[in-house]
Write a protein that binds this ligand. Structure first.
Ligand code: 5GP
Length: 177
């Protein structure tokens, strides 16, 4: 992934965007459309949501186990997002890239920066909602988080969008299709 990367190796596509921007749906659609893409399943210490499957959407871990793996050097990057820990595992990603697969990451702004610093060829994409109003409506419509969580996610979104100029691509997600 550095400048001496073999042309046969895959590359990173890092998708970032505020909670409610629709980036997870976009990642799912990309994976269905481009079968050569491999999704990097992150580790997280947050609780699974009802529709999520352990090992597919995330690997759900305790803080102790997550911290042990950090010390063991198992991550490319880690970040604390909305009071929970998230991280990208090194081994599955290395394996996919070496096999010539492009790897799709769904990560926050901190993780996106870390990956870019390590792998400058990484393509960074920022997903934007059409407006702040729509973002708030989407977060409420999900009805999976309480008021306090929604308010925190909206506040965090302002900080995330401020980093938009760093990105290679910006996509306004008004209609998923
Ligand atoms: P959620 O809890 O809503 O699934 O994700 C919260 C945030 O964490 C999202 O911005 C998501 O992109 C980010 N995220 C998920 N996995 C990782 C990861 O492995 N590393 C980093 N840095 N952020 C992640």
């Amino acid at each position: 992934m550095s400048s001496n990367r073999s042309p046969m190796e895959g590359m990173f596509i890092a998708v970032t965007g505020p909670s409610g921007s629709g980036k997870t749906s976009i990642c799912k659609a990309l994976l269905e459309t481009f079968p050569h893409l491999r999704f990097s399943v992150s580790l997280t210490t947050r609780q699974p949501r009802p529709a999520e499957t352990d090992g597919k959407d995330y690997h759900f871990f305790t803080v102790d186990e997550f911290t042990r793996r950090v010390r063991a050097g198992e991550f490319i990057e880690t970040a604390s997002v909305h009071d929970h820990l998230y991280g990208t595992l090194r081994a599955p990603v290395d394996e996919a890239l070496a096999a010539g697969r492009d790897v799709l990451l769904n990560i926050d702004t901190q993780g996106s920066r870390s990956v870019k610093a390590l792998f400058p060829d990484c393509a960074r994409v920022f997903i934007l909602p059409p407006s702040w109003k729509v973002l708030e409506e989407r977060l409420r419509a999900r009805a999976q988080d309480g008021e306090e969580v929604i308010a925190r996610r909206l506040a965090n979104a302002r900080g995330e969008v401020a980093r938009l100029p760093e990105y290679d691509f910006a996509v306004v997600n008004d209609l998923l299709e």
